[in-house]
Design a protein around this ligand. Structure first.
Ligand code: ATP
Ligand code: ZN
Length: 309
């Protein structure tokens, strides 16, 4: 009897440990850009999600210490392929690379950094009226797939000259009549005597995922996504504190309704209250002006680190 019981307990222990180890072994493998424009912000967003790992300059694969995650550092162009092939489960990469590579991956969440656009540019003195200007022209690019899509949509026949870098110098060298390249401020185009004439794609860094994740990995991705969304919401919001005359409380509460309603506390001076709330960055300056117009004083605005609704 004692013996059977022990056997049962041992078996149960074995099964529980098997489940535990299976779960514990599951780690989400994320691919980040090894160095370049997305590297810093990609590492930063994971750190803001409370995930600690070494920054990988010397190691290809890094274990996170407080989240079941492994971090792979790669060239950005390789990330969609690695995610499609399940070498990495998820990755952070520009939408431009995702759409150009045309890999079978899922775009899970846009991340709000690495913003740029894929544009057509032509020499500044050219008389560009519309996309048909490009008919019969030679266009240099590192984005042949997206450029071809744009030309097909507009029923334009042009020659695509694929080049691996420094696209913006090709018209000046007489190698191309136009270019299709990434632009953010436009200063590179300007200094090469070019003007931007069409935007083919607006792009930002995005979290992508393999389409056939196991249930355990889906659960880990859900946890990560929850944290990322809290960080993103916090960045768009500000915490606001102010003093307001009691006879204006209704108007002021309507201006800063917060998540449910503002917190209102009476001040030491009769007829005045203190209000605490959350405002969205987009409306921020308009709201501040209206608050002042309605008698608000001592307005204090601070950043929010995380925001869970
Ligand atoms: P890698 O060595 O990883 O291949 P890369 O040189 O191809 O790097 P970066 O120049 O570091 O790439 O750009 C990475 C990503 O940053 C781009 O794919 C794009 O999504 C984004 N980006 C944002 N602004 C710009 C810009 N002005 N020019 C180029 N990329 C930009
Ligand atoms: Zn690249």
């Amino acid at each position: 009897m004692v013996c059977n019981n022990t056997l049962f307990q041992t078996k149960a222990y074995y099964n529980v440990s098997l489940f535990y180890f299976k779960y514990m072994e599951t780690k989400l493998k994320i691919a980040l850009q090894k160095s370049g424009r997305l590297y810093e912000d990609s590492v930063k967003i994971l750190k803001e999600c409370g995930i600690e790992f070494q920054n990988g300059m010397n190691k290809l694969l890094n274990e996170a210490v407080n989240f079941p995650m492994q971090v792979l550092f790669l060239r950005d162009d390789d990330i969609p392929q690695y995610v499609e092939d399940n070498i990495a489960d998820i990755g952070i990469v520009g939408e431009n690379i995702v759409y150009e590579s045309n890999k079978n991956v899922e775009l899970v969440e846009k991340l709000g950094f690495g913003k740029c656009r894929l544009s057509i540019a032509v020499p500044r003195n050219e008389n560009y009226t519309d996309a048909h200007y490009l008919a019969g022209k030679r266009i240099a690019t590192t984005y042949p797939f997206l450029l071809q899509q744009f030309l097909d949509t507009n029923q334009i026949k042009a020659e695509i000259h694929i080049i691996s870098g420094s696209v913006e110098i090709t018209p000046g060298l007489g190698l191309a009549n136009a270019i299709c390249d990434l632009v953010s401020s436009g200063s590179t185009l300007f200094s090469n005597g070019l003007k931007e004439t069409e935007v083919i794609l607006n792009s930002e860094a995005a979290l992508i995922s393999n389409k056939n994740l196991t249930e355990e990995k889906k659960l880990l991705l859900k946890k990560l996504l929850f944290r990322i969304q809290a960080v993103k919401k916090a960045k768009k919001s500000k915490y606001i504190l102010l003093n307001a005359p009691d006879d204006k409380l209704d108007i002021i509460c309507n201006l800063i309704p917060g998540m449910k309603s503002p917190t209102i506390l009476p001040l030491g001076i009769p007829g005045w209250s203190s209000l605490h709330s959350v405002v969205q960055e987009d409306d921020f300056w308009n709201i501040i002006e209206s608050l002042k117009d309605n008698g608000a004083e001592g307005i204090l605005v601070t950043p929010i680190e995380k925001l869970v609704l």
